[in-house]
Ligand binder design. Sequence first.
Ligand code: AQP
Length: 342
Amino acid sequence: MSDAPKHTPRVFSGVQPSGELTLGNYLGAVKRFVELQDGGMETIYCVVDLHAITTWQEPSELADATRQVTAAFLACGLDPKRSILFNQSQVPAHAELAWVFNCVARLGWLNRMTQFKDKAGKNRENASAGLYVYPNLMAADILVYRGTHVPVGEDQKQHLELARDIAQKFNNDFGRPDFFPLCEPLIGGPAPRVMSLRDGTKKMSKSDPSDMSRINLTDDADAIANKIRRARTDPEPLPDTLEALEARPEARNLVGIYSALAGTDLEEVLAEFAGQGFGAFKPRLAELAVSHLTPITAEMNRLMADPAEIDRILGDGANRAAEIAEPILAETYDVVGFLRSR
Ligand code: AQP
């Protein structure tokens, strides 16, 4: 018989305060966070500032970036009464469990992580050690709550597989089957991978040097319309089948964004626009994006005018998060064999 504790179904996910949130973060992650809030599971959402500093962040801007991601969470519909919202550095158990996982994960596993390769680029020798062990911290973020479900965009799939490998190896090494759950990625919905507006083969990213590559949640109506108007496309009209869209990454991306915002499937969008050129499609997409994002931006601006209230929400969330994390960390320390005399 296993000595496994029962794992309460629990959702955990995070977003880095490494820039302004994009439409990709919204459609791939935050929109799903909000849907899950009413799905019957406990939901914990974190602004992962420890992750953000794996690449350089201006110290004078980091706290404000953290508040801004929190304001975006709230403006998109996360409710601090129904979800635990906090920033990672206020709960030290994340970093403490990450150290244990640094000693569980194998170098060979980390060497396969494509995000490290993408982010380190050619200058690999100069990347921070933190960027390299980023997936171990991400595993700790989830498992310090024994998180069972993790809503993320498709780019995080490999990191989640690593989190499962870490949980499995820990459980095996220490002879405690099911000590940590093998968390399930929740990747899906109509826009698990929103691509850059300048290059349909690259994901839309908040740290892309080109602001024209992304729609920020803080963009005003004119900026959104301008970015969509100038988004790279091909000269062909929209096709009537999904297969015909596959070889056209920029067209596929804009149709995907439309469908995600409209809440319809891709086929319905094609049925409406097949045969029409981007001259007709882009203004309709811009209209839809503006009507969807303008209320979010307005609410973010309202919330950002009261930073003390955002700090209060994060502090309260951190206390509630620590109440769950600390006993799990203490249990982990016991399993590892650390002496604890206070
Ligand atoms: N383009 C995207 N399409 C769908 N989902 C996306 N996500 C990010 N970009 C897209 C999802 O958003 C969540 C938060 O991401 P993150 O801030 O932790 O880091 P990231 O994945 O590295 O996102 P960015 O925007 O590209 O940040 P930077 O530029 O700082 O690295 C995750 O669930 C992610 O999958």
